[in-house]
Unconditional design. Structure first.
Length: 367
């Protein structure tokens, strides 16, 4: 958001938004409802677009959220006074470009409410494709099994060299890097032991409690020391998130692949973010709610429509030396955890969102 938000004390509380506004939550467009310049309602698309919860929007003046000089504030005021709908084009909202903003007047008791709505560009790509393409993946699985066997030998050599370096180096930082190489080769070897990168990388019987913040911290450490050394990486965590049931090594690999793709695409800024979605998606097969979200956001150039349509296809890649397996692994890992992976493009940012179900209730220990 532009500027600093300050909550105004409003003498007369805004009238309650009609219950019919709840239907707006189903819209893909972002919607804000105003009364007397104060936000009284924000749908989920608006909260997602502004990256602000309902508590951070409702009760605040539009000028505090968008900025006092924002054209939307002037248009909303003019629409409320004149009773006429307006359309603004080619503007910026919360530092994101917006092609069209609709300002609509809606009767609300003694006064008129104003609705602001704008489109949110999204490319929904999720792990539903696994349901339709299991047969397509069979040749890739066979190839992966063969490659897994061949990769283990050089990895063993790398691990041995890292251990020798760790014992010989005197500098603490150098020893830490050697230890990181050793830990990463061990993790890759464990993944290869799962038979194939494209088979079920993790099975529920091997799951345990996993802290997502530990996963993202490890990925950021590896990225800074290697493939994303030239990019700015940061983490934004929701400390209240519970542990999920999962396989730590597989989750590290999935998040690592997303961060690496962002770095290789030329992103200068990569953000790993966790949060709880108050309007969660539902798994297309199981119907389970998926409120726990881990996202990887980057400011790279994005992707073409053709790439977006084939993003999770095995062996499809736009990189000259790519194998087209990175995002396949991501989707397999997420699917095995009962989750979904989506990608969206808005405001010059590409965001991959991995959505997980809540962990099953565990019996409390009795003393």
């Amino acid at each position: 958001m532009s500027g600093v938000k300050t909550q105004k004390s409003v003498k007369n509380k805004p009238a309650a938004v009609p219950q019919a506004l709840a239907m707006l939550d189903a819209l893909p467009e972002a919607v804000l409802a105003l009364e007397d310049g104060v936000i009284v309602y924000a749908n989920h698309a608006a909260m997602d677009f502004t990256r602000t919860s309902a508590k951070g929007l409702v009760g605040y003046r539009l000028a505090d959220v968008f900025g006092a000089a924002h054209p939307a504030c002037t248009a909303a005021d003019a629409a409320a006074k004149g009773g006429q709908n307006l359309t603004l084009r080619d503007l910026e909202i919360c530092q994101h470009p917006v092609a069209r903003l609709s300002v609509s007047v809606m009767p609300s008791g003694a006064q008129s409410a104003v609705l602001l709505s704008w489109p949110v560009e999204r490319v929904p790509l999720r792990s539903e494709w696994l349901v339709q393409q299991r047969t397509v993946m069979k040749p890739a699985r066979e190839l992966a099994r063969m490659l897994a066997h061949e990769i283990k030998n050089p990895l063993a050599g790398i691990r041995g060299a890292a251990q020798l370096l760790g014992r010989a180096l005197a500098d603490d930082d150098d020893r830490a890097l050697a230890a990181l190489i050793d830990a990463e080769t061990q993790r890759i070897l464990r993944l290869l032991d799962k038979v194939s990168l494209l088979d079920d990388i993790s099975a529920p019987e091997s799951f345990s409690a996993v802290n997502l913040h530990g996963i993202t911290d490890h990925v950021i450490e590896c990225a800074r020391a290697g493939f994303a050394a030239g990019a700015a990486l940061r983490a934004e965590y929701d400390p209240s998130l519970p542990d999920i049931d999962g396989h730590a090594d597989a989750l590290v690999q999935a998040v690592m692949n997303l961060a690496k793709n962002a770095a290789e695409a030329g992103a200068h800024n990569i953000v790993l973010r966790t949060g709880y979605d108050l309007a969660p998606q539902y798994h297309p097969e199981t119907g389970r709610r998926l409120p726990i979200v881990l996202s990887v956001e980057d400011d790279g150039p994005g992707m073409s429509a053709e790439t977006a349509a084939r993003l999770f296809e095995p062996c499809y890649t736009t990189k000259p030396e790519g194998e087209g397996l990175g995002l396949v692994v991501v989707s397999r890992v997420v699917d095995s955890h009962g989750g979904m992976v989506n990608v969206s493009r808005a405001g010059g940012k590409t965001v991959f969102r991995i959505c997980f179900p809540l962990p099953p209730r565990r019996k409390e220990k009795t003393v």
